[in-house]
Design a protein around this ligand. Sequence first.
Ligand code: NIG
Ligand code: FE
Length: 403
Amino acid sequence: MKKLTGPFTQMLPLTGLSMKGPLKDSQLQVIKNGWILSNNGRIITIGTLERLRRDHPSAQIEEIADERVVLPGFIDCHTHICFAGNRMNDYALRSAGKSYTEIALAGGGIWDTVTATREASEETLTKLLVKRSERHFSEGVTIIEVKSGYGLSVEQELKQLRAIKAASYLTKAVLVPTCLAAHIKPKDFDGNQGEYLEFIGKELLPVIKKEGLAKRVDIFIDDNAFKPERAVQYLEKAKSLEFDITVHADQFSTGGSEVAVEAGAVSVDHLEATKDRDIKMIANSNTVAVALPGASLGLGMGYAPARKLLNAGACLAIASDWNPGSAPMGDLLMQAAILGAAEKLSAAEVFAGLTFRAAQALRLENRGTLATGAPANLQLYPASDYREILYNQGKLKPVMKMA
Ligand code: NIG
Ligand code: FE
């Protein structure tokens, strides 16, 4: 059924903006007192009430009484929210001066979450994931990428991916699964890094493909995870099975982004340690750079060089990295607003990074704008000017609405 929803004090369709490079706020189209014409949850067009009513006289009218700024739903293109347990102990140790790497080497870190996640049933994981997805949705995030990576065996990775699939039927958010079996080499694997990657390439990825559990494969390339030279072959294997590739790169040590770009990754995520040479290389590629300010905040470390990446011409997305270890907060808007203030990003750049540029990282067509054909999944902010949203640094929460 056709529906006319409005008026909105300001509407930001985020259409017609470039996929790469810097954006100015003056480039944002800001429609005052506009209306949305939708049909069964899809946007047909936006415009004035007079014109839309004249052209579509039978459309049902839904009036918005209060001041509202409307944006397309946010897309969080990097999370690890399928987990059990928590890592408050790690957090306390880090705050007392121990490094993420020291904690990992002392037996804490990712392995702790692997232990807790392995002990949880698929049903429990599903429930926990639905709860986190619903929280994210209520804060504006309508599409959420979710990684496995806390199972680290064939059976346990499949359990996580099945939980993600089950959760996708039970939450209002759209979930996009990614296999991160190459998170770290599990302690109980009898063999070296290369042998582990070969094993999951042979025994796990084909099953995921066959069961349609994920279309994306991720690997954590770092001195304390997988070395760049080890990753190349695994990524080739994943590509040969027609998976999209994404890489955790340059978080603590460099080398990862080069491997990612050479492999034609859809995105390269983290980049806190990326050097100027690699910034140029990323900018000259079709790989989306994903900044994860939540990990910087959780670890008390510097941010990815978002300003430099944009100035060099990269496509920059911003994601939460929500996970129990390095990024426990999981408030995407708050993190993006803080990154924007620290890295001197325009509102246009922040909103682009949370919407259509994040869609590009997930290879999702026609998502993250209010264009014709896009889902009419809206965020309504109680504000009269879009600048209030980032000004409040995440404390202004939206009301979610399907037009
Ligand atoms: O993106 N860097 C590696 N992996 C995650 C952390 C996961 C964890 O600590 O549990 C990240 O920060
Ligand atoms: Fe991550």
